[in-house]
Design a protein around this ligand. Structure first.
Ligand code: ADP
Length: 162
């Protein structure tokens, strides 16, 4: 059966951890939609448009990958896209409880969509957008965590908001 996958998240901003997962998913699924959640309650640093643009740039050479945004329940958006697989990442055991709850809730809401967890390369297994923003605000060098264009966007954004 032809599988269409969706990889939802905040991507605020996209990191090498997310990109690693997108590469792994595109090796398995012929069609992959990376979907940026509006998530205003998380008070994202970057707008949806900025997050989508950065993901598009990061995945421009990838085959079969589309970047979109969505509002509301991910499972509803996935069924509108006719996706039958939902990709999530597992970094540490600390991700497990939340991801497990969410996967089971989503399964209850729509049993036809299967959640599949992928693990990143070990060197990205501690990397999170949240930590990255904290490190950036303290002036850390982010070269090993994000592509250069994200590094520059972060610097600019942090200058603009301060
Ligand atoms: P969300 O707000 O949906 O958790 P994130 O952008 O933080 O959005 O993460 C989206 C998905 O990508 C989550 O499943 C998360 O576990 C995964 N993820 C985030 N960072 C990494 C990473 N460094 N390696 C692997 N997966 C990651």
């Amino acid at each position: 059966m032809c599988q269409k996958a969706i990889y939802p998240g905040s991507f605020d901003p996209v990191t090498y951890g997310h990109i690693d997962l997108i590469k792994r998913a595109q090796d398995i699924f012929p069609e992959l939609t990376v979907a940026v959640a509006h998530n205003p309650q998380k008070k994202p640093l970057f707008s949806v448009k900025e997050r989508v643009e950065m993901l598009k740039e990061a995945t421009k050479d990838f085959r079969g990958v589309t970047v979109t945004d969505f509002d509301g329940l991910v499972i509803d958006y996935a069924s509108r896209l006719k996706a039958n697989v939902l990709i999530r990442g597992l970094r540490m055991i600390s991700d497990f409880e939340y991801e497990f709850q969410m996967a089971l809730t989503n399964r209850k809401l729509n049993p036809h969509i299967e959640t599949i967890f992928l693990m990143p390369q070990e060197s990205y297994s501690y990397l999170s957008s949240k930590l990255l923003k904290e490190a950036a605000s303290l002036g850390a060098d982010l070269s090993s965590f994000v592509p250069d264009f994200v590094k520059e966007a972060l610097k600019k954004k942090l200058r603009d908001v301060s």
